[in-house]
Design a protein around this ligand. Structure first.
Ligand code: FES
Length: 104
């Protein structure tokens, strides 16, 4: 497991998605009102990117705009069809205002 710094906390706008390719993994990072989320940037349904998805921080979910699959941002589990398989999530945390993601 490698922890990678992806920038300072202040570099991330609330409610906006940022994409990173870390060790060959496409990762989507969102800064919500209260926390950061880091998820696989690929919907498990038809492999479209999730970066245009609709974030609902209150319900801790992201909805893919392509066919409407919904995923839990903390567990990666499917909350709504047509996806049948969850997505990968990554641990994300802040140390001294620096944002880190754990990537295998
Ligand atoms: S590609 Fe996301 S719901 Fe189909």
């Amino acid at each position: 497991m490698s922890s990678i710094s992806i920038g300072e906390e202040k570099d991330f706008e609330i409610g906006k998605g940022y994409t990173f390719n870390l060790y060959g993994e496409d990762i989507l990072v969102y800064r919500g009102q209260k926390s950061f989320f880091a998820i696989q940037n690929e919907c498990s349904h038809a492999k479209f990117p999730l970066e245009d998805g609709i974030l609902n921080e209150e319900k801790c979910s992201i909805t893919c705009i392509h066919h409407g699959a919904k995923f839990d941002l903390e567990s990666g589990k499917v909350l709504s069809l047509p996806a049948l398989k969850g997505i990968k999530i990554y641990k994300i945390y802040i140390v001294n205002n620096e944002v880190y993601v754990d990537v295998i």
